[in-house]
Design a protein around this ligand. Structure first.
Ligand SMILES: Nc1ncnc2c1ncn2[C@@H]1O[C@H](COP(=O)(O)OP(=O)(O)OP(=O)(O)O)[C@@H](O)[C@H]1O
Ligand SMILES: [Mg+2]
Length: 434
């Protein structure tokens, strides 16, 4: 028979092994770094301009970043910082290389969500973040999943739970409770209204004093930041229930949304959420804060089934939040929650697999044009390698057959381009909030 102590013992053993694997498989600095990109990639895949035009422009102006030349040769290799400088300084055929962004708006927020485990959420989030960064956007990722796949993929380990979405939520509870208390105190007729009390176990954690930026960590990509997660953040799912009890009027689901509102509008272009495979306080915060919902799903029958039940559960949960409309201060949030766009994205798709093709047409029959037209294909290229999960954008094309790399990249690029076009439409429609 096994009790919690046996399970804890198994976990302790497993953690030892984890440490050993990390030591065996990685370089001493244990930090993820970003590779350079070849002039071929910069011209053809990143700026999408004629290579000889680009070469000519670089030769004509030696003050432009010139990359590094490899020993063997002809290619120059550019860091992302250099690519971004070129982007800012160059115009090709009088066209700016800067990515499109509606003027004066805050960053657009997209949640990659499905309560089905293993649907491909983290893989999609990682690839969209990288594709957007190569496209010139400044990206903030939020890892809502205590499994922390995205955080680990981005090279962030050993995160304390105060600095995760859990911390954001607990800090919001303290701020919101203070706000409610001072509102009742300030009311003329409010003499008899009760003050809400939080226990010192919450107020003494030092969370109230954390600043907006304390939650945001840099990654190996200079234009991608991350609010990471960690296993201990799973605790939030228990703690939040207790928090709601302490202050039933606290709109717990809007904590992250409020937090993101406090980031300056022009600090980022895209804010991307990786969600846990479960409905809960964290995933509700993710969907509530999202302008656009992207739902990845595998191409099998059971995955179709789970995706169907996901939207059912989500519908119920969002309906349930509507009753807060009478509680929150007027004009502070829009209830019921509306998304600017909702899309389903097939992942691990094999174009030659009859079952996958049949499931794709079933998806299209049911969801119509809500189904993204560019599914993400199954590829060997993104299988987990060692400690870090690397995206196809991070993997050097010389490290595998060019055909495999190219094919995987084309598939992710197609899905990203479509995602971007939907984002731009949603972004344009975004009202100037607050
Ligand atoms: N296009 C793909 N080709 C090959 N393997 C893939 C692809 N997409 C995802 N995978 C693999 O499938 C597994 C699950 O993917 P991922 O972790 O992205 O799913 P998830 O929905 O985030 O899972 P969870 O629900 O546990 O958070 C991983 O091992 C990943 O490498
Ligand atoms: Mg995941």
């Amino acid at each position: 028979m096994f009790n919690h102590e046996d399970l804890a013992q198994m976990q302790a053993q497993s953690l030892k092994m984890q440490g050993w694997i990390r030591q065996q498989t990685f370089s001493p600095e244990l930090a993820k770094t970003l590779r350079r990109f070849s002039s071929w990639e910069v011209g053809e895949l990143i700026f999408k301009v004629n290579q000889s035009t680009l070469r000519g422009r670089l030769a004509a102006d030696p003050s432009l970043p010139q990359g590094q030349v490899e020993e063997d040769g002809r290619q120059r290799w550019y860091s992302l910082e250099e690519i971004n400088e070129l982007r800012r300084r160059l115009k090709v055929n009088r066209k700016s290389l800067m990515p499109e962004r509606p003027a004066g708006k805050r960053a657009i927020r997209a949640a990659i969500a499905n309560f089905k485990g293993g649907a491909g959420k983290s893989t999609v989030a990682l690839h969209f973040a990288h594709a957007a960064a190569l496209d010139g956007y400044r990206v903030l990722c939020v890892d809502f999943d205590p499994q922390a796949t995205l955080s680990h993929s981005m090279g962030l380990f050993d995160v304390a739970e105060e600095y995760t979405v859990w911390g954001v939520m607990a800090r919001d509870l303290i701020h919101e409770t203070e706000r409610m208390n001072s509102a009742t105190q300030g009311a003329e007729s409010g003499a008899a209204l009760p003050q809400r009390q939080l226990p010192s176990s919450i107020t003494d954690m030092g969370l109230a004093g954390l600043r907006v930026n304390d939650f945001i960590k840099p990654t190996s990509w200079p234009t991608i930041d991350l609010i990471p997660s960690c296993a201990n953040a799973a605790f939030v799912e228990f703690a939040s229930a207790q928090y709601r009890h302490l202050n039933p009027e606290w709109s717990f689901f809007a904590a992250v949304s409020r937090y993101l509102d406090s980031i300056p509008d022009d600090a980022y272009d895209l804010i991307l959420f990786d969600c846990p495979p479960a409905i809960g306080y964290q995933s509700m915060n993710a969907v509530f804060a999202a302008d656009v919902l992207y739902v990845p799903s595998g191409p099998g029958y059971w995955e179709y089934d789970s995706t169907t039940s996901f939207i059912g559960q989500l519908a119920e949960a969002l309906e349930d939040l509507s009753r807060f409309a009478n509680v929150v201060p007027a004009g502070t949030m829009n209830l019921p929650k509306v998304f600017h766009d909702v899309r389903f994205l097939l992942t691990r798709y094999e174009p030659n697999n009859d079952l996958h093709r049949a499931m794709r047409s079933a998806f299209e029959k049911v969801f119509g044009d809500r189904v993204a037209q560019n599914p993400i294909e199954l590829t060997r290229a993104v299988e987990q390698s060692g400690r870090f999960l690397s995206s196809i954008y991070e993997i050097d094309y010389r490290d595998m057959t060019r055909e495999t790399w190219r094919r995987a990249r084309t598939s992710f690029d197609g899905a990203y381009d479509e995602f971007k076009s939907h984002l731009l439409t949603a972004w344009d429609n975004l009202e100037d909030e607050q």
